[in-house]
Design a protein around this ligand. Sequence first.
Ligand code: ADP
Ligand code: ZN
Length: 215
Amino acid sequence: MKLILLGAPGAGKGTVAKLLTAIDGSVQISTGDILRGAVKAGSDLGKEAQGYMDRGDLVPDSLIMGIMGDRLQEPDCAGGFLLDGFPRTIPQAEALTELLTKLDIKLDMVVSIEVPRDVIFDRLCTRRTCENSDCQEIYNIKSMPSKVEGICDKCGSAIVQRADETEEAIGHRLDTYNDKTAPLAGFYEKSGLLKPVTGTSSDAVVSAIKAELNI
Ligand code: ADP
Ligand code: ZN
């Protein structure tokens, strides 16, 4: 399947993407994971992106399009992909449309995962992430704790609170989402690709997507 997952930070895009990869082997492409990996590795991309990310600001469109232009041409994308956290602005969506046309790729659907702001805020404040950049498994201290506190079940690395998951940065990320990313729903509605789904549980979102795609 070739999907875009839209939704606020904390709406569950990453969790839904991981569940979907298990269905048909489509790859999850998370620009946030790619950027955090670059910051950890100390690459030029990471150095450029870090300040924006720590403040909860968006990284410039040109950087993101550079990453995605390369990523979508890697061979594993031929079997399907789930875009998680991209596009995030109207210019990114327009550039993506052009890129997909050039690569002769057709999207199946744009899923908008809709979750109330208070639920999101609460989820993000209690979210923790594995610090191993090759893993980045997500936990929640209230609803999905690791078996051993502070240690990732999957890889044994430390589980940490992200720098952009302080209350202040979270508030700023949600405002940025409303300003810059929420308008993408209208953009994709016009192209007939939009499928809004209420995101109370990730399993329910996955079921709705499967039903829509007849799989
Ligand atoms: P979340 O969805 O929880 O906000 P992500 O892991 O998707 O977190 O992104 C973390 C940060 O990485 C964002 O706050 C932003 O700084 C940067 N980022 C990720 N994807 C994009 C994008 N498509 N455009 C601009 N910045 C991005
Ligand atoms: Zn891990």
